[in-house]
Structure formats: structure tokens, C-alpha cells
Design a protein around this ligand. Sequence first.
Ligand code: BTN
Length: 238
Amino acid sequence: MMKTLFFETIDSTNTFLKEHYSEYEDMTFVSAGVQTAGRGRNGREWKASEGKDLTFSLLIKDEEVMEQYKILSVLSAYSVLKVLESCGVKDLSIKWPNDVYAGGRKICGILLEGISGEKMECLIIGIGINVNEDSFEGEYLHTPTSMKLQLDRQIDLDGFRDRIYRELIDRIDGLKKGTDLYPLIRDYDYLRGKTVFAEVRGIRKEVSVLGIDENGSLEVECEGEILHLTSSEVTFHL
Ligand code: BTN
């Protein structure tokens, strides 16, 4: 039995699960009509309009899945990408570690948070997808786009929400069964082959990206050395 919760208004679906994870079972899906304090990565805010966008969090408590947390953000991005692709969105890619891009613009962001004491208690996968947004005002670090802007039509948000949840369930089941994600994501790797500036161990360097590796880290070449970077070790300047 999977549990889904919907709030018309909430501060943040990630914050809700952080505070209430002990009351809910593995794979609980919490979505919101609007978030009043939506959070993005690196302390940024996540903006979304009431009734237009999809904002939700998925609670992971299965130990086998939590152990694979490194690949989980890429798997989540890939799951979103596949549903967007089936809706007809073109030119899709995963921008490591976990954004989904359409036409070179950000259409989805993912915030993965873990709660641990002596052991890992749970993981919370928070996902924001720009669905029926007509325009974006204000400052954005990465130029955004929406499904509506890409497809030139209105999307049925309820149907889309169900498809995303179903896809995540199937992909996480696949992960448990040992499905290798690596060959699947190669073709959608936005940074692969690009030269970017990365702060590697605190020093800003130019690196050539070889691509997302089997563990969900980013394989780069830097001054003749092959490095496997995790998202906390590197910030990008494209
Ligand atoms: C990013 O790209 O910075 C990550 C954005 C993650 C946004 C989602 S929306 C649902 C969930 N609740 C939050 O407060 N944040 C995540």
C-alpha cells in the first residue's frame, strides 16, 4: 500500500517529511498545490505557482534503496525525463547532479535530503517541475522553462502527477532488481564533453567532463588526472 498526501498549501513538502517521516511509510508521496517556503539546492528558494506546477517529495525508508543514495538523484532525474519525453518534450538532458533540462533550459530541479542519527533514517527526494508556467519573472541562476512553453499546450497536472509517481515507483523497483542505469543515462548527459570550471578541492580549475559514472558521480579530466567528483566537492561555472 502506497500512501499519497496532498496539501493545498504547505511550507515545503521536503520540510513536512523532515518533520514527520517517522509517521509515514516508505514511498509516501507528498505533493502540494503551493509551497510558501519552497527550498532549492544550496539554500536557494524554489518558486512555483499555485496549481500550475508540480511540487512533491517522496519518502524513502527502504535500506537497500537508501544505500544507493548516490545514484538516486540521477535516477530521479531520469524518471522525470522519461515522463517528459513521453509527453513529447524534446531536447531533454540531465544536468548532473540532478537537474532536468529541456531545450537547454531548466525544467526540473531536485533536492535530495537525508536524515540520519546513528544510522540513516530516511531519504527525502524533493522534486519541482515547471509544468503550466507561461513566463518566469525575476532572477534565476539557470534560465527556466516549462512543459507548456516547450509543448505549447496546457498539461493536465493531476494526470501528470500520477505518471511521475508511477514512473518513480517502477524505476526504484528496477534499482532494487539491479537494473543498470548507466547505459540509459549516457545519451542524456548534458555536461558530457563540455569543459567547465569546477572548484576541485577548493581550487578553481578547468576540467573536461567525461560524464556521469556508474556511481552517479561526475567523471572529469583535470590536468591529466581522472577524478570522480561528488556534487558537494564541486561547483560549476559553465
Ligand atoms: C533545485 O533545483 O534547487 C532543487 C529544487 C527542488 C524543489 C522541490 S519542490 C518540492 C520539494 N520541496 C521543497 O521545498 N523543495 C523541493
